[in-house]
Design a protein around this ligand. Structure first.
Ligand SMILES: [Zn+2]
Ligand SMILES: [Zn+2]
Length: 278
């Protein structure tokens, strides 16, 4: 039998140790999620893009069910005229945002400036857009980069987005199935015909991936959808390889009618599907 004083001392010691362990655990948790500034408004909080900014810069937009272009309020149909005239290869395009306001600079930082931490919050917005229309999709692939471009950049921003969005939605994501075997010139330096040919022949299903693709419902992910030509070419390649269906998912889409009212952007957005810039 220990004297009562000794028992009380041991109780006190144990409780002091537990308190200290609890403080250490909380400090570690805080260190793992440091306060940071919102990338858009610079407010201090724990998310890379704060909820207030998302709400302010994600207006509800009526979009074509096939290609996700924004539709005039008085447009009588759910499909735009271009899709009526010539259906894209993909079943549906789903986008989270218009490529306008603060989003182009944020997407440029993800793509060109190594701000890979932006992939997760942007993929979260994409997942929220996809959720109601995900259909039977069970496999998520990124638009691939050529080996040379991948070496230059060090990462494929579309793969970062595809991984994050697939985790969010509980789907498989793979980056070893679709490839871009040739390094092509920057498409903007080419004529429309040259661009069309290059983009149509740019993608290839890896030989080992044919069996795994057959009969699958696939989503192909990119950061920005401009004319849709890149996503369209990916979809065609996957369908020819035996995919059952292909959806196109992008964080942002160049709007048909940008806020600035710029005629140039309007013309660019309305180029035919086969004349891509991306
Ligand atoms: Zn903010
Ligand atoms: Zn359309």
């Amino acid at each position: 039998m220990m004297p009562q004083g000794a028992t009380q001392y041991i109780d006190w010691m144990l409780s002091a140790l537990l308190t200290r362990a609890n403080h250490a655990r909380l400090a570690l948790a805080r260190a793992a999620r440091p306060a940071s500034q919102c990338h858009l408004c610079r407010a201090w909080q724990s998310e890379p893009v704060c909820a207030a900014c998302v709400q302010a810069w994600r207006p509800s937009v009526r979009r074509c069910l096939r290609c996700a272009i924004d539709l005039d309020d008085d447009h009588p149909d759910t499909i735009c005229q271009r899709c009526e005239d010539q259906s894209p290869e993909f079943d549906r395009a789903i986008v989270a945002l218009d490529y306008s306001g603060p989003w182009p600079s944020l997407l440029a930082r993800l793509k060109f400036q190594g701000a890979t931490a932006l992939a997760r919050p942007l993929a979260q917005l994409l997942a929220e857009a996809v959720q109601p229309r995900r259909g039977a999709t069970d496999l998520v692939l990124p638009v691939p980069l050529s080996q040379q471009r991948l070496r230059e950049r060090g990462y494929n921003q579309a793969w970062l987005l595809a991984k994050a969005v697939s985790q969010n939605l509980g789907m498989e994501a793979r980056t070893d199935m679709l490839a871009r075997p040739h390094h092509t010139q920057r498409l903007m330096t080419l004529s429309a015909e040259e661009r069309m040919l290059q983009i149509q022949e740019a993608f290839q299903v890896m030989p080992h991936a044919h069996a795994a693709l057959a009969g699958r419902h696939i989503a192909i992910v990119d950061d920005v959808m401009t004319t849709g030509a890149t996503l369209n070419a990916c979809a065609r390649t996957l369908l020819e390889a035996g995919a059952r269906s292909v959806s196109a998912w992008a964080v942002a889409r160049t709007p048909a009618r940008p806020d600035t009212g710029s005629e140039t952007a309007d013309t660019t957005a309305r180029v035919d599907f086969s004349h891509g810039l991306s």
